[in-house]
Design a protein around this ligand. Structure first.
Ligand code: F0G
Length: 433
């Protein structure tokens, strides 16, 4: 018999002051200093080979979670969870398209397409864990602020769990597909006359006052789920790290999650080298990129404006955690213009892969990394595509159908009379295509 006090399987730690809380503590922030919380897990008593074998074999996680690409990594996510709320999610492809190598100036650029998740974005990976936790702590309702994807995902998982959902989104500038999904999945949807930063402030206040469980990415259980983007891509690469992982960055939850995943993968002996992270912001919403150029000495907030509405965020909540992720991986933060984002998106869409505007920031970032000599074309680079092409149909119809003069890759529809000769004329005009 041992008299040593054993650590529990998992617990929460404040990233600012180090105060600890139990795994089932429902507070959204540290109750001592208001800092952001993180989950810590006791590594299982398994060798590296045994743990990797478990990850590889785990195709059936029990009722509701068959084949989840999140719960497959449960030892590193939430090992004590049993009754999980899963669609399932994850298992997203790693794609290669020669046309995108050519566009970005890379030799072998891989794309991890998170748009293949059940609601069409990477948010489902965090939400399966977040909503599972909401049920474990006995939440009576769940809430988030969102630029659209988080709200669609929350609405879907809350419906699955039978929990009421409240979402706050900016009254304008939420992409059509995301708003439509959120309504259809049944969340109470508040169109706030303000921007995302206003929504986040408001939902934090509302959740504290009204006792509703907060599921923005400040919630540490969301971060645990999002880590699996990195774990799954490492698994797909045979547990060898690429040279670079490039991702779009807005509220910085994902950048923080990637840093944590890589730190833990190394601590647990799963990889021996860290890839470098490149976080890519839109130039009109780039407080993190600005701070990076000054060695992170100051934290900035901006009034955000960009065509990539998913990352139209001026005061990112996970700023400090993301700074750590960039520092620990010898990473960089880039800003790309809206024109570059749209050009990259046209190349991604034109390759047949397709993604939403914010996702294209990652591929625009890869081209920028190579042009600036920060990465070489031969380096092994993975770009994360965070959302599905159909999330934002409005921008597609505007880009292809309306913009004057026609932008690169624009594909104008041709309206015709219902006659064979009109079809023939249209084909001729397009060079027989
Ligand atoms: N890409 C997409 C498609 C997103 O929806 C988001 C964030 C990001 C990238 C950036 O990730 O915020 O973790 O840095 N969308 C949030 C939302 C803000 O409400 O859906 P981040």
């Amino acid at each position: 018999m041992s008299f040593r006090t054993e650590r529990p399987q998992s617990w929460q730690v404040c990233t600012a002051c180090g105060n600890e809380a139990t795994e089932l503590d429902p507070h959204p922030r540290c109750t001592v200093c208001g800092g952001l919380l993180a989950l810590a897990h006791r590594p299982p008593a398994l060798t590296r080979a045994e743990l990797l074998a478990r990850f590889a074999e785990r195709r059936d996680d029990g009722p509701g979670a068959t084949g989840s690409g999140v719960w497959r990594f449960r030892e590193m996510v939430l090992p004590t969870a049993t009754d999980v709320v899963s669609h399932p999610e994850g298992n997203t492809p790693l794609l290669h398209r020669a046309a995108l190598d050519a566009w970005a100036g890379a030799r072998r650029l891989l794309l991890k397409h998170e748009g293949h998740n059940p609601t069409g974005s990477f948010k489902d990976r965090g939400m399966t864990v977040g909503v599972t936790q909401a049920r474990r702590v006995g939440a009576r309702a769940v809430a988030c602020a969102s630029t659209g994807n988080t709200s669609a995902s929350l609405a879907s998982y809350a419906a699955h769990a039978g929990l009421p959902a409240l979402v706050l989104v900016p009254a304008d500038r939420v992409a059509l597909g995301k708003l439509a999904q959120t309504l259809a999945y049944g969340a109470t949807t508040l169109l706030v006359r303000g921007d995302f930063d206003d929504c986040l402030r408001l939902v934090e206040e509302a959740s504290a006052q009204l006792g509703v469980y907060l599921l923005n990415s400040i919630n540490p259980f969301r971060i645990e789920g999002q880590k699996t983007i990195v774990l799954e891509l490492l698994q797909q690469l045979g547990w060898t790290a690429p040279d670079w992982i490039v991702l779009p960055a807005g509220n910085l939850g994902n950048t923080a999650a990637f840093g944590k995943a890589l730190r833990e993968a190394r601590e647990w002996g799963l990889i021996d080298q860290l890839p470098r992270l490149a976080a890519v912001q839109a130039a009109g919403a780039a407080p993190f990129a600005r701070s990076f150029t000054e060695g992170f000495e100051h934290r900035y907030t901006v009034r955000a404006e960009t065509v990539a509405t998913a990352i139209r965020i001026g005061n990112p909540a996970s700023f400090e955690r993301a700074v750590e992720a960039i520092r620990e991986t010898d990473g960089v933060v880039l800003a790309v213009t809206d024109e570059e984002i749209l050009e990259a998106k046209a190349a991604i869409d034109g390759s047949g892969v397709g993604c939403e505007p914010a996702s294209a920031a990652s591929v625009a970032g890869v081209r920028d990394l190579i042009r600036r000599g920060l990465a070489t074309p031969d380096q092994h680079t993975v770009a994360i595509l965070t959302g599905h092409i159909l999330k934002d149909p409005g921008i597609l119809l505007e880009y292809h159908g309306k913009r004057e003069p026609a932008p690169p890759g624009a594909n104008r529809p041709i309206e015709i009379e219902p006659s064979l000769s009109a079809v023939a004329r249209a084909m001729e005009a397009r060079g027989g295509r």
